[in-house]
Every structure is written in structure tokens, then in C-alpha cells.
Design a protein around this ligand. Structure first.
Ligand SMILES: NC(=O)c1ccc[n+]([C@@H]2O[C@H](COP(=O)([O-])OP(=O)(O)OC[C@H]3O[C@@H](n4cnc5c(N)ncnc54)[C@H](O)[C@@H]3O)[C@@H](O)[C@H]2O)c1
Length: 258
């Protein structure tokens, strides 16, 4: 069987659960070596042990993507353990949802520090070696919030719009150096984040039913369905895909009314 990611040494942030975990599992299956980053130490340890037991070549480091020194240290260690990182998947992100005027300075800082600056921290750490090698690929996990707005989710969509802007900017900046930078925009995906969102409503079951109804297919995505799109985008099967955004939302953002 051909492994689609052989030769890729992929740094994945937010790899301990949800979409990041599904991406890590899929990339390991496809023959990549991995640097897994998450700030949740216990979850990350468990995942790393499980993947190693399945034969994956990986290094894991507990780090917050807002801590540039910690990210630099992890990438430096990876260089010795698995080789120079030649692919980055910026997946770690947090929901920060409020009505605009009710949102606080702390909301704003947390949202932009993690969802935007954290991703940039990781890009700027791996890009120099990619430029030197004239080879590399970066995938930013954005969201349909990167081009549509749901009221009362301020300022999360602003940060995701900006992440898409960064994708285009870096994609153009380094295209001549053999580097591709793309974004993947999921709609709703069945992860803890979405469960927490439903649980924030007085009637979580009704909130869940409403979400399902929004989707043309009557369901939301499984994390594995996002992961397989990520594998394609990171692989050498789409070497002319650059500065682009692939929406994987089951048609959610196309229809005007459910
Ligand atoms: N779940 C969805 O419906 C959905 C939809 C669209 C986009 N997204 C995006 O996909 C990405 C993953 O979402 P998910 O639903 O799998 O989330 P999740 O909450 O299930 O998992 C996120 C992981 O990232 C880690 N993390 C968060 N902040 C971090 C930081 N500062 N440093 C290091 N690690 C950090 C968490 O510990 C966690 O393990 C996010 O960028 C999110 O915005 C999710």
C-alpha cells in the first residue's frame, strides 16, 4: 500500500483531541513522522503512547502555541529526533463567543493570541528551514467563520477571517520558495468544542437538533472526515493548491436558508 505522506515531518498543534487528534491519526497511518503539540499534558501523553504503540514515529511536546520560546524549543528538538519539520498543521484554536458589546478585552486578547498569533508563532518558527530547503507546506485549520458570521460569536470569526488573510499572504509571499500555504474550513464537527457549545444553551438537545437541521445532509462532520481532507492538502497530490481555502462543511455555507 502506498503511504501518501511518506517523507513528511508534520508538526500538528492541538493534537490531543478533536480534529487535531483525528489529523494526527490519519497522518501517522499515511506514513508521516509527527511532532505533536498540545497544552493538555495528560491527554497528549495518552495519545502519543497510543500512536507509538501503533508504530508511529513521533515526538510530543506539551506547549502553548502562544509561547514562542516553547514552540521554538519543540521544533529544535524535533530536528534531532525526527528531522526538520517540512509540514505544519495549525489546528489549535478556541471558541470565544460573545455579543460584541458584551465581549471583554480579555476575550479579544485570548481569541487573537491563540487563534491568530499562535498560528503565526508556529509559521514563523518552521518557515526559515522551509525557505532554505525550498520545500514546505502549511495548512491552517480555519472555519466557515472565516467567511460567514453567526451573530453573538464575536470576536471568534474576526480571528478566523484574519487567519484566512494570513494564509493568502504567506501563500503568495513564499510561493516562489516552493512552499504552499492553504486553509481548510470545516463547518460543525463532532468534537468536545461543539458539545460545549450545545451545552451552553438552556436546552442542549434542542440546540443540537437545530444544528443538525442547518445542514443539507441533516448531520455534522466526524473529525475523521476533516482529517482526510487535511491529508490530501498536505500531500503531494495537490502540488498546485496554494493560498486557497477548501470548505468541508457538507454544503452548510452555500445554502441561503435551511
Ligand atoms: N469543532 C468544530 O466544529 C470546528 C469547526 C470549524 C473549525 N474548527 C477549528 O478546528 C480546530 C480544532 O477544533 P476542535 O473542535 O478539534 O477543538 P478541541 O477543543 O476539541 O481541541 C482543541 C485542542 O487544542 C488544544 N489547544 C487549545 N489552545 C491551545 C494552545 N493555546 N496551545 C496548545 N494547544 C491548544 C486543546 O488543548 C485541545 O486539545 C480549531 O482551530 C477550531 O477553531 C472546529
Amino acid at each position: 500500500m502506498v503511504e501518501r505522506l511518506q517523507g513528511k515531518r508534520i508538526m500538528i498543534t492541538g493534537a490531543a483531541q478533536g480534529i487535531g487528534l483525528a489529523i494526527a491519526e490519519a497522518c501517522a497511518r499515511e506514513g508521516a513522522a509527527l511532532l505533536l503539540i498540545d497544552r493538555d499534558n495528560d491527554l497528549l501523553q495518552d495519545i502519543a503512547t497510543r500512536l507509538r504503540n501503533h508504530g508511529a514515529s513521533l515526538l510530543h511536546r506539551t506547549a502553548d502555541i502562544t509561547d514562542r520560546d516553547a514552540i521554538t524549543a519543540a521544533v529544535n528538538e524535533a530536528r534531532h529526533e525526527i528531522g526538520e519539520i517540512n509540514a505544519l498543521i495549525n489546528n489549535a484554536g478556541v471558541n470565544v463567543f460573545a455579543e460584541a458589546l458584551a465581549s471583554t478585552d480579555e476575550d479579544w486578547d485570548r481569541c487573537f493570541d491563540i487563534n491568530l498569533k499562535g498560528a503565526w508563532n508556529c509559521c514563523r518558527t518552521v518557515l526559515p528551514a522551509m525557505v532554505a530547503a525550498k520545500n514546505g507546506v502549511i495548512l491552517n485549520i480555519a472555519s466557515t467563520h472565516a467567511f460567514t458570521i453567526i451573530r453573538h460569536t464575536f470576536p471568534y470569526p474576526l480571528a478566523k477571517h484574519a487567519l484566512l488573510g494570513m494564509t493568502k499572504s504567506l501563500g503568495l509571499e513564499y510561493a516562489g520558495e516552493g512552499i504552499r500555504v492553504n486553509a481548510l474550513a470545516p463547518g460543525y464537527v463532532a468534537t468536545q468544542k461543539v458539545l460545549d457549545y450545545w451545552n451552553s444553551f438552556p436546552d442542549p438537545a434542542a440546540a443540537k437538533a437545530e444544528t443538525m437541521k442547518l445542514h443539507p445532509g441533516g448531520r455534522i462532520a466526524a473529525p475523521e472526515e476533516i482529517a482526510m481532507a487535511a491529508v490530501f492538502m498536505i500531500s503531494d497530490e495537490c502540488t498546485f493548491l496554494n493560498a486557497a481555502c477548501l470548505t468541508v462543511d457538507g454544503g452548510l455555507s452555500v445554502q441561503q436558508h435551511p
